[in-house]
Design a protein around this ligand. Sequence first.
Ligand SMILES: Cc1cc2nc3c(=O)[nH]c(=O)nc-3n(C[C@H](O)[C@H](O)[C@H](O)COP(=O)(O)O)c2cc1C
Length: 194
Amino acid sequence: MTEKIKVHIIMGSVRDGRFNEKATFWIADLAKKREDLDIEVVDLKAWPFPMYNEPSSPSQVKDGKYPSELATKWAAIIGKADAYIFVTPEYNHGMSGVLKNALDFVYAEWNNKAVGIVGYGSTGGSRAVAQLRASLPELQLASVRTAVHIMAPWMLVDENNQLKAGALDSYESSANTMLDQLTSWAHALKTVRA
Ligand SMILES: Cc1cc2nc3c(=O)[nH]c(=O)nc-3n(C[C@H](O)[C@H](O)[C@H](O)COP(=O)(O)O)c2cc1C
């Protein structure tokens, strides 16, 4: 049997009442149905990074020993995964600042790994997804073609901020295509790293 692909799903919003939790738990549940994937959710709320302020560039760091203890711990977590799913809101036509900041803190641990993206907003997070994709090659991260674009997330919750029944069902097809592509690229990139 081939080894499982370890996927970290990174939550790109830390706001109270964030839609991000709904999108993250939904994609995590879908991904967990796959026997070839090992899924872990990474909540940036648990990672109180300052705005990026390390004295040396992450690309110059060797052996995962970053200037700060927090970045070194982050590197250890990021380094464990074969692939990532970034779940990002769209804030002012870009990805969230908290996600970009978390990306910036380490370097080698991201290299030669596959990425799938779930975005959401008035146009399905399209501009946030495009901006995120533009940053990824610099980290030697490879984003797969299909992203999940959840339209107008504020329409998908009720007055108690609960996800309406079946609200994300129509996105299962694109999510499954994204997961297929992520799995095959993650396997391929394992050989690049080896
Ligand atoms: C600071 C801010 C900027 C936003 N800018 C955009 C935007 O440019 N495009 C868009 O579609 N939605 C925008 N929105 C609406 C968000 O898509 C919506 O609030 C979403 O729920 C945010 O994700 P979160 O709840 O997971 O934090 C913005 C929301 C905030 C708080």
